[in-house]
Structures are given as structure tokens and as C-alpha cells.
Design a protein around this ligand. Sequence first.
Ligand SMILES: Cc1cc2nc3c(=O)[nH]c(=O)nc-3n(C[C@H](O)[C@H](O)[C@H](O)COP(=O)(O)OP(=O)(O)OC[C@H]3O[C@@H](n4cnc5c(N)ncnc54)[C@H](O)[C@@H]3O)c2cc1C
Length: 644
Amino acid sequence: MILDSKIPAGPLAEKWTKHKFTSKLVNPANKRKYDVIVVGTGLAGASAAASLAELGYNVKAFCFQDSPRRAHSIAAQGGINAAKNYQNDGDSIFRLFYDTVKGGDYRAREGNVYRLAEVSVKIIDQCVAQGVPFAREYGGLLANRSFGGAQVSRTFYARGQTGQQLLLGAYSALSRQVANGKVKLCPRTEMMDLVVIDGHAKGIVTRNLITGAVETHAAHAVLLCTGGYGNVFFLSTNAMGSNVTAAWRAHKRGAYFANPCFTQIHPTCIPVSGDHQSKLTLMSESLRNDGRVWVPATKEIAEKLRKGQIKANDIKEDDRDYFLERKYPSFGNLVPRDVASRNAKYVCDEGLGVNETGEAVFLDFRDAIKRDTRQVIEQKYGNLFEMYKQITGENPYEMPMMIYPAVHYTMGGLWVDYNLMTTVPGLYALGEANFSEHGANRLGASALMQGLADGYFVAPYTVGDYLAQLAPKKVDDTHPEFDRVKKEVEQRIATLLGINGNKTVDYFHKKLGKIMWDQCGMARSEQGLKGAKADIQALKKEFWSNVKVLGTNEELNQTLEKANRVADFLELGELMVDDALNRNESCGGHFREEYQTPEGEALRDDENFAYVAAWKYLGEGQEEELVKEELVYENVKLTQRSYK
Ligand SMILES: Cc1cc2nc3c(=O)[nH]c(=O)nc-3n(C[C@H](O)[C@H](O)[C@H](O)COP(=O)(O)OP(=O)(O)OC[C@H]3O[C@@H](n4cnc5c(N)ncnc54)[C@H](O)[C@@H]3O)c2cc1C
């Protein structure tokens, strides 16, 4: 199959406008004749469901939490980008586009990224209209702060709770449509599979997480807004429930999976504290606006620190190495995440780490407090400081924070074209679930922007274009394919419950996570990846013969839920390794040790790898087929990224 990204022809700045005009429309009176399923009610899903219902379509929205308000999106702290140029500091749509393409190390599509930058300005207006309490300047204008990979301030924020406030806005819009009867909300319901009839997505099979009932739902189109798969690493900053199941089952029904190995490892997380930990905590990137990252200048001082003989504040200025400011004077502490993470790893690998395990660097606000006063810092980051103190027991106003990189976001996801449609007609992927705009590294504050762009401003047009081409005939689940897929789901559940082995689901998840972190994490090598592939295959075999899932299907059974998800992570993990093995270059967060510049930066190979790697599922036990979408750059020049 040739992958057609369907990027409209013509000048970059006119593509989206032209595309909207040439997209087909559904007559207002006919909209009520179409049913749309939206799986996921985080920022991408809630905004899409609300917008489609507002247009007049009948929407059924699903989530596994008890309320859309608990989607992982609520965890987003730092902010949301938009090219408003309120600061008058030189921002523009083109600059946001350029920063995003460059930040993604030239592995994203120009057309999609430009559209994202273009609609970014509308998102802010929409959210303000919903009452989202963005921070404001004294004069009333919305305030901005800086995020990594940009030299302008374009990040809008609501203290350290931006995701929560945006989600409350989207949830209000969604609730309005629930009250209007246009959205039927199905919480505590997990999508288990996709139903494809005559090559088109026609519905889903779900499991009610309270009763265990397996049910079928039909629609004219299905939108997956199911978030990212960072939890394949077991430890990540993602919500514990985040998983790949919906996307993975769709993949097995024909949706290609793109760039699965592109993972974002965020530089500022609270370091791992021990083997019994099940979750990592992010300290928002916004902290790098004022916090300075450093390690001791010598191993001897670092050693004393680790042994508890001295404290951070005992280390003299000359004995500190502000390594990001030293190496990247123009971007300093605000280099993109992949660059900051790699450098933190380098200094820790050299023996300069500052905690007991040697895997931490300092993030220090001493100078910012001296300059701006504690009160100002508290106003900006108070809740983040409080969170740090509660978790670590240290007071970050007095002692520098300790941070280390952790898995945070997945740039890979279901392959989608310009319309956000997957390779299965009628099946869309929005938000973190798709692969679209961030290339090999996402810039901070751009995920919320993308999720809301997809949901509020892109899908309402492109889904309409697809529906307009279908007859407005009623759909139902009487086609035998619904029953067939439902039986497969029931059989899988029965198999998991019947294995009755002697290892917990977490045992397998942790083992998988360790393989992924060690071999497909911050640094990857051919040898390590080959070993990882064999290890994952063996682990998968053991899982299906030795996992113990207690309880029954007909009850709230979190072990069963988790077993289902871990089974999919095991398959995804292998594909991530295949993808990393195939990509014989380094780019963004994908760092193959064999391919680096003399300074240790990612060394791309544009001649051979300027493509999206889309993987096609060919059947159980078979290697997946690689299908390439060549990336064409007409508006930016591919160069070695430099933040010096
Ligand atoms: C700690 C943290 C802080 C962050 N801070 C920022 C930030 O400041 N700025 C920024 O831009 N980005 C940030 N991000 C990234 C951003 O939060 C996410 O990328 C974004 O919120 C994802 O939104 P989403 O709507 O795509 O998915 P999610 O919010 O993850 O929602 C997924 C939805 O899908 C549902 N779902 C999943 N699978 C199924 C299934 N099988 N069946 C039914 N329902 C299902 C869930 O119930 C949920 O409703 C942060 C991420 C983390 C981890």
C-alpha cells in the first residue's frame, strides 16, 4: 500500500483554508442521521465529542475512568503553546511551525505542523470563552512563559494545573451536549476491539468495567482519542491507567502504527526511589524558566554529596557545572527535552550524579529567589514546589530539587493522514494516540495544543468530509462481524482467566519495562535492541502460560483489566524495538549510540531515513511490514539541530 498523507497542494499557509473549503459538507438536517463513536474523553476526545455533537451528529463517548474529568490530560502542568505573539517578542505562526519541525528533528510533516501552528491561536480564544482561568498580566492580558526549544514566550498557563483547567473547559462543553442528548457518555467502559466491515470502521466492542458485560456499538465513524503508551516502560509520568489497548487492537485490524520507537524522555522528573515504585512524578518544564540545572564540577565533590558528607548549598559557585548553560549558551536551560535529558544522563554516567543512586542532577532556584523574591517564585510554581516537598520531604525553596529523566510522552502512534484518518477508512486517531505533529521529539506545551487542535478544529471538518460521502442510513450491530469480534474478545478474557499461573501481571509489566528502559530508552544500540527483542518474545511466551489473573469477568476486576493491557504492551514493545532497530540513525528522542556527532548529539541520516516508518500488522507471530511515507520539506531546510 502506498501511504497517501493527503496533504493539500499549494502554498503552506493556504493549505488548510483550501482544504476546508474543498471538504464536503453534511447538510444540517442530515447531521442527526450520523452516529460517531469517540473513544477517550481526555482533551482530544472531550473536545472532539463536544464539537461533533454541537454540529449535530449523535455521539457516543467512552472512557475507562468514572468521569472524563479523570483523564490523564488532567495531569498536564506547564502550559499550552499558541502563536499569539502577545509578548511582541517575535513570535508568529511560521515561527511556531519552524520551532516544532526543528524541535522534532525534522521527522514531522510540514503541512500538519503548519496547520497546528495556525489553529493554535484559536484554541486560546475558545478556552478563554469557556472560562479557562489562564494566568494574566497586571494589565489583564494573558500571561506567557517560555518552554524548551523556543526563544519566544508563547506558553499560556493556569499555574501548574493547565491540563486540569483546560479539561474542565472541554468537560463543560461536553456536559452541555450530554444534557442536550447529543452525547451519550459511557464511563467505566473499555474499548476491547474494533469492528471493520468491508474495509471500513463500523463500530467497537467494549467491556463494562463494573459488570464485565461485553457489548457491541455501531457507528458511521470511530475516533480513537485514547492517549499515549508510555506505560509500556512500566515506570513513567503517565497516569497509571494509560495504555495502548485501543490503538493496538485497531492496529491488528488494519491501522498502521507509525514511528513506535519515538518516545519522549522528560528531563525534569523526581528520580526513581526504589524497586517498589509504580509511578514517576513530573516536575514541569516550566520550572526551567527560572531553575538552573547543575552538577558538581568534580567527581570527588559528587562523591561527598552522595555519601551525605556535604549538602548542595555547601558547594561553592566555582565548583558547580551549569552544564546546559555551558554547552548551549543561547538556549541554556531551555534546550528541548531530548537534549536536556541526554546531557543529564551523560553527566551522571560520568559519575557526577547527586543522589544516592548517582542518577540525579540539581534544579536550583537559589538565584531566581534572590533575584525575584520567594513570593514571586511561589506565585509562579507554588503547587509544584509543594508537590516536590510532599514527595521527597525536602524544601525546594531552601535546597535545590533533584531531578532525572523519565518516560513522559510517546510521539509514535497510529498513522494518520492530513484528515487524521488512519489506514482504516472511517477510523480516526486524535491527540497523543496518533503520531502526527511532533516528529522525533515533542516540544513542551505542544501536546495540549495538538489534542485540542485535533478535537476542536480539525476533526469537525475532516470527519464531516468522510460522513458526507456515506449514505445517511441507520447503522446497527446486526452484521455478523460484530458477533464474531465480540466472541473473540470473550475468548481472550476467558483465556487470561484460565491460565492460572503463578506470576502476577505486575511481574511481567515490570520485567518488560526494564527491558524497554535499558535497551530502548534514552540510549539504544543494535546489539542491545536485538537482545531486547529476544527477551520480549520469551517474556510474552511466559506471560501466556504463567500469568495469574484472579477473580472473574463478571465483576470489577482490575487485575483482569491490567492483564489485557499488559498483553498488548508486550506486543507493542517488540514493535518499538523493531522500529528502533530499523532506524539506523539518531533523531530527537531516538538515540542510537552508533550514530552520534563528536559532541554526542543525535546524528540524523536524512538521505536514508527522512520518512515516517509505518508498520503493518500481518498476523500472529509474523514480522510486521514496514511501509514508508517519505517526508518532503519545501519550507524549512534540513540542518543539524543546534541550540548552542
Ligand atoms: C505529568 C504530565 C504533565 C504534562 N504536562 C503537559 C503540559 O504542560 N503541556 C502539554 O502540552 N502537555 C503536557 N503533557 C502531555 C499531555 O498531558 C498529554 O499528551 C495529553 O493530555 C494527552 O491527551 P489525550 O486527550 O490525547 O489523551 P488522555 O488525556 O490520555 O486521554 C485518554 C482517554 O482515553 C480513554 N481511553 C484510553 N484507552 C481506552 C479504551 N481502551 N477504552 C475506553 N477509553 C479509553 C481514557 O479513559 C481517557 O479518557 C503532560 C503529560 C504528563 C504525563
